[in-house]
Design a protein around this ligand. Structure first.
Ligand code: HEM
Length: 448
């Protein structure tokens, strides 16, 4: 549609007028050039149900929301990627989960059996976020934790662009499938928020001033025990911020891992090349660490190409204009819903040579170093005032999980299946279910 109607066009979804922004230029002119005016969220009923109505991701940009977002961002960074201590904590949690995955993979592959890997990524990744946020992890067979995580897909299907729940509000007045989705959404948000509130309450009871165990403690310390607490924030902002960090952080990164594995299976020669790079740089006597990152440009290039090619968050969470605004000669009234088409940036043939081709080498320069500027121009975390606050953490997690799993195992596709880029739609695009079998590469490092 952008090719036909231009980078800024309008469509109607139910009762709502929606402006769609395409291409890097128009998106940056809006989100960065006129950031505050494009930083709103639509007044959709479903958005008010997230994180007890105190969401960072789904909240309107009021002064209180800005303070909540700053609090969440600063505390997440301070416990993860801001300094060496945080990065080591992330590394410790990911290494533990990745080794647990290797053991599970090998058990499930006994006798050459095939199994579905993606649900296991969800648990492993949620455990990393859970450990960072609440200082604990859960077993892959914990029924309650699995049930909580199993609701992710339904969440994404309700809040993703094109969901009918919010644009056809009259569907709420009589029984129909869309109303069921909405009621289900209400219940799953209450459940997730309840889980987080209980964890935060435990942290408040055991809080010791001066001792920060995890992100919950950092948020409680800043909001409730500081000499200069952020003005206007209450206990429900602490719980809202924590629900957002836990909710947003556990599903997205595991989706990235699913696409990485699918593309490794589709490109077995690239898998071998990456393993050769890992063996050369890391050797066979230790696991890859974050410090190896600059020495593994092919692996980094593979990851960025997966983010670009899959563009698995094709459209951000819907935005809304906070005032009347002019963009590229168009007048857009206040409160217009705005979709940001990230996919169009990553598949723009003005920006990428042969964008429909999966080719990690596009991110390497003549010396085979990672081209950082090019890598950073992949748009998957959005831009401007609503840019994802978990970008650094998720990139580190994706790198560590991929490096450790590839170093330890080789992954083999099921010849009875056709590997496709077709996907399940929601806020994030997920691969169709597929199976693999796994072989161990380094017997010395993994206890089967
Ligand atoms: C590969 C992983 C991830 C991807 C692709 C991703 C992508 C996104 C996107 C596209 C948005 C919406 C931006 C917009 O509406 O313009 C977003 C928002 C957000 N993300 Fe992420 N995200 C990832 C991981 C994470 C993680 C690990 C966390 C937290 C631990 C996180 C926390 C958030 C929050 C709180 C927001 C709301 C920001 C706001 O509305 O101001 N995300 N993310």
């Amino acid at each position: 549609m952008a090719r036909r109607y231009g980078d800024v066009f309008q469509l109607r979804l139910g009762r709502r007028r929606v402006v769609v922004l395409n291409g890097e230029g128009a998106i940056r002119r809006a989100l960065v050039g006129q950031g505050a005016r494009f930083a709103g969220r639509p007044d959709f009923p479903s958005f008010g149900l997230v994180s007890g109505g105190r969401s960072v991701a789904f909240g309107q940009p009021t002064a209180r929301w800005r303070a909540r977002r700053r609090l969440a961002h600063a505390c997440l960074l301070s416990c993860s990627t801001a300094d060496a201590r945080g990065r080591q904590a992330v590394e410790r949690h990911v290494a533990g989960e990745a080794q647990d995955l290797v053991r599970l993979f090998l058990r499930l592959s006994r006798g050459g059996a095939y199994f579905e890997p993606c649900p296991l990524f969800v648990v492993a990744n949620a455990n990393v976020i859970c450990a960072l946020c609440f200082g604990r992890r859960y077993s892959h067979s914990d029924g309650e934790f699995l049930a909580l995580l199993g609701r992710n897909d339904r969440f994404g299907q309700t809040v993703g662009a094109g969901s009918l729940v919010d644009v056809l509000p009259w569907l709420q007045h009589f029984p129909n499938p869309v109303r069921s989705v909405f009621r289900d959404f209400q219940a799953l948000n209450q459940e997730l928020h309840g889980f987080v509130c209980e964890k935060v309450a435990q942290h408040r009871r055991t809080f010791t001033p001066g001792v920060i165990r995890d992100v919950s403690d950092a948020v409680i310390a800043a909001a409730e025990h500081s000499d200069r607490p952020p003005s206007g924030l209450g206990p429900d902002d602490v719980e809202g911020a924590m629900t957002d960090i836990f909710g947003a952080g556990q599903d997205t990164t595991s989706t990235a891992l699913s696409w990485i594995l699918l593309l490794l299976l589709k490109h077995p020669q690239l898998q071998c090349d990456l393993q050769a790079e890992l063996d050369r740089v890391v050797g066979r006597t230790r696991l890859p660490t974050a410090e190896d990152r600059p020495s593994l440009p092919h692996l980094e290039a593979f990851i960025y190409e997966t983010l670009r090619y899959s563009s698995f968050v094709p459209i951000t969470i819907p935005h809304a204009t906070t005032a009347d605004v002019e963009l590229d000669g168009f007048h857009i009234p206040k409160d217009t819903v705005v979709f940001i088409n990230q996919w169009s940036v990553n598949h723009d043939c003005r920006k990428w040579h042969d964008p429909q081709r999966f080719d990690p080498s596009r991110f390497l320069d003549a010396q085979q170093h990672l081209d950082r500027d090019r890598a950073c121009s992949v748009m998957i975390f959005s831009a401007g005032q609503r840019r994802c606050i978990g970008d650094q953490l998720s990139k580190l997690q994706i790198f560590l999980f991929t490096a450790i799993l590839l170093h330890q195992c080789s992954f083999h596709a099921n010849p009875a299946e056709h590997l496709t880029m077709d996907c399940i739609h929601g806020l994030a695009l997920k691969p169709m279910p597929f199976t693999v079998t796994v072989k161990q590469r380094h017997p010395s490092l993994t206890d089967p």
